[in-house]
Each structure stands twice: as C-alpha cells, then as structure tokens.
Design a protein around this ligand. Structure first.
Ligand SMILES: *Cc1c(COP(=O)(O)O)cnc(C)c1O
Length: 396
C-alpha cells in the first residue's frame, strides 16, 4: 500500500478511509470502523458534522482569502470567542499547532530581549511534544524526533514532568529562564496528567522569576479533558500564553496562540505574520466549532463520557499482568503496558476500531467528544478482546 510519490515519513495502517460520519469511518470496501482517535484529537465533533459542513460551504461561496491586509470580522469574532473561554485577551491565528508554538517561543524571545537577557532559555518537560519545526522539535522531549536534525535551537532546559522540586531547582540554577512551556496533559508523551498543584507551582515560579507561563493545549485543549482547557482544572490559574490547534477546526487547518494583553504587546506591528493564518474559511469553521461545542454542552459530555470510559476500562482490564496504569482526564485516556504493544493498533484495526499506541507501550484513546454510552462500551469490549488475543498469541 506504499505510494510512489509521497515522502515515506509515516508508518501508515493498511486501510484507505474514504468517508466519515459522526464517530464512524468507512473504508473503500464499505467497512465501518469506530474511531477512537479522532485524527489525533482533531475531529472532536465527529466526522462530516452537518453544521460545520454547512458553515464551510456557505463561507466557500462568500470569501476565502484576503491575507491579513485588512480587518477580517470573522477573525475578530473567533478571537473574542477564544478569549471568552480562556480568560486571555489577545489571539494570533495560525494554520497549525507548531506555528502556534513557534509564536509562543518568539514571544519568549521578545520577553528576554526586553529584559536584555542575551542567552534566554525555556523550561520544558521530559516526554513533551510541541511539534516538528526546528524550534518546536528542539522543545520536544523525544530523541527520535530530534535525531539527525541538529544543531537544535537553543536553549531548552528539560525537567521531569510533574516534578515541582525539579522545576524550582531549574529556576534557581538557570537565571536565564524566561518562560516555561508545558502541556497540562501530555499527549504524545503517553497521556500524562499534570499532578494537582503542578501548574500553580509553575505559575508561582514564573511570577517570582519574571518568566512567562506558556501552556501547550494543542491536544488537551478545546473541551477534550472536560473543561475548555486543561489548565482550568487548576482553580484560579491563568497562564500568560496558551497554544491551541487540533480540535479548533475539527479538521480544518487552524491554530492559535492566545496571550494576555501585556504579553501580546511583545509582538507589535511587523514582528510576526502569516499568509494563510486566520483565513476566513478556517475562522468560519472555528467559530462554528465553538458554537456547536457550547450548544451541545461538549465539555460536560467529555467529562461524563471520559469518566465512564476510564471506569469501564479499569473494571475490565485492571489486574492484567502487563498493564501498569490506566489513566486520563476527560476523553484523553491512556493504558500503559510494561512491554511493547505497538502491534495492538493493527489488531484493533482488524476489529474495526481505530486506536493509537504512543511510545510503543501506551494505548492512547482520543475518541470524538460526541461518543455515547454504546460507543464507550464498544471501545472497551473491543479493546479487551484485542488485548486478550495479543497476549494469548504471544504466549503460544
Ligand atoms: C499535535 C501537537 C502539536 C503540533 O501540532 P501540529 O498541528 O501537528 O503542528 C504541538 N503540541 C502538542 C501538544 C500536540 O499534541
């Protein structure tokens, strides 16, 4: 199934999807699959959502693009909506997640230069993932995605995720730290939820050292964890910068870097830009995503269904000799094994279930936030079967 004309950058599954509807994907043979991955936390409202499709078609007949040479009312509306749900004041619209991260890193650099810090550093976490541009892959905590791309962009100080003391120590020993860039729930790193109090601790350190708290919510944001943003599980916490993308467009490419008024002021006229970012097609869909998420109470749904998924997995799978932990928040759930289980992905596919295995040992579930009880049951039952089969085969 390999193509002769595409770069070989992806290990693709042996299936061709041609259509989607709600939580379902259909292949070119007409077979139906339950999607428990949502294109990696992107299609949170499901595939081919009628209201989103309608909005996109309507916009396609109205205005596609003008570049950022003039005011675009659609951008203003979307930015207002994002500020309302985040508590932040300003938005820079991009086309992808890594571009939002790139914007955040540039903000940190400007913050440093305003303080005349010539060799600034950013605090990042082990197992983090922030994208694959040179700066964002340098910020990521994975040797595999950095390999062969050196020299990396400096300087990132890496500390164990969730470890308050390590972060305190890093700020004490690196006076050049100007920001912390952290995922409230790590995605690629294996669905690791920041321990309670961790982000608030980082907030305190950043305040104390005049550094920016920058949270990467590209995977865990936009209602995935049961709140609009992962940091909203921490009472009263407000970061300086938040990056989002993935579910914001439900498949339409769009990202955003959100910031406080003061921090957004670090990027004045001419200091940053993009051709496509904030284009009316993407903004219209983003606006509609927000509207649907609001009217359908998607945050509450993600919370309820997420609890259900986690509980049912724990009931059915706990005690399995190779399962180390079943964890998650909202509809972001991970099942960690003590052995390599990358093969489960293919096995699940044979059972018409789409899942992901990250870091070789952790099943990652990111179903659409519109799942109901029957879908949850099907995910859990199928997974239990797939895991049982896998280890039975291993034993024989
Ligand atoms: C996916 C992801 C990114 C990168 O987003 P792209 O749109 O693929 O560039 C960055 N950070 C996190 C946490 C992500 O999950």
């Amino acid at each position: 199934m390999s193509s002769t004309h595409l770069f070989d950058t992806y290990a693709r599954m042996a299936v061709r999807f041609v259509r989607g509807e709600g939580v379902w994907l259909f292949d070119d043979q007409g077979e139906r699959y339950l999607d428990a991955l949502s294109g990696i936390a992107v299609c949170s409202l499901g595939h081919a959502h009628p209201q989103l499709a309608e909005a996109l078609c309507d916009q396609a007949k109205t205005l596609w693009h003008t570049a950022n040479i003039a005011h675009l009312p659609m951008q203003e509306c979307l930015a207002a909506g994002l500020c309302a749900i985040s508590g932040l004041d300003r938005v820079f619209l991009s086309n992808s997640g890594l571009e939002a991260v790139e914007c955040a890193i540039k903000i940190a650099r400007r913050h440093a230069s305003a303080q005349h810090i010539e060799q600034p550093a950013i605090l990042v976490a082990s197992e983090s993932f922030h994208g694959r541009s040179l700066a964002s892959l340098s910020a990521s905590g994975s040797a595999a995605i950095q390999e062969g791309f050196g020299p990396l962009v400096g300087e990132f100080i890496r500390v164990p995720f969730g470890d308050c003391e390590a972060a305190t120590h890093a700020f004490r020993t690196h006076p050049n730290l100007v920001a912390a860039l952290i995922e409230p729930v790590q995605g690629e790193g294996g669905v690791r939820v920041a321990p309670a109090g961790y982000l608030t601790h980082l907030r305190g350190l950043c305040d104390q050292h005049d550094a920016l708290l920058m949270l990467d919510e590209i995977q865990c944001g936009m209602a995935r964890t049961g709140r609009w943003f992962g940091y909203q599980h921490e009472p009263g916490l407000l970061p300086d910068v938040v990056t989002i993308a993935k579910a914001l467009g439900n498949g339409m490419p769009i990202g955003a870097c959100l910031a406080t008024e003061k921090v957004a002021g670090l990027l004045p006229v001419g200091s940053h830009g993009t051709t496509f970012g904030g284009n009316p097609l993407a903004c219209r869909v983003g606006l509609e995503v927000l509207a649907v998420m609001r009217s359908d109470h998607i945050c509450e749904r993600a919370e309820t269904m997420g609890k259900r998924l986690l509980e049912q997995l724990q009931t059915q799978l706990s005690g399995h000799p190779h399962i180390v932990e079943i964890r998650g928040r909202g509809l972001m759930v991970g099942i960690e094994f003590d052995v390599d289980v990358a093969e489960l992905k293919t096995r699940a596919l044979h059972h018409k279930l789409i899942i992901n295995v990250t870091r070789g040992r952790i099943i990652r579930l990111l179903p659409p936030l519109i799942v109901d009880e029957t879908h949850i049951e099907q995910i859990v039952d199928t997974l239990a079967k797939v895991i049982e089969e896998h280890f039975a085969d291993q034993a024989s």
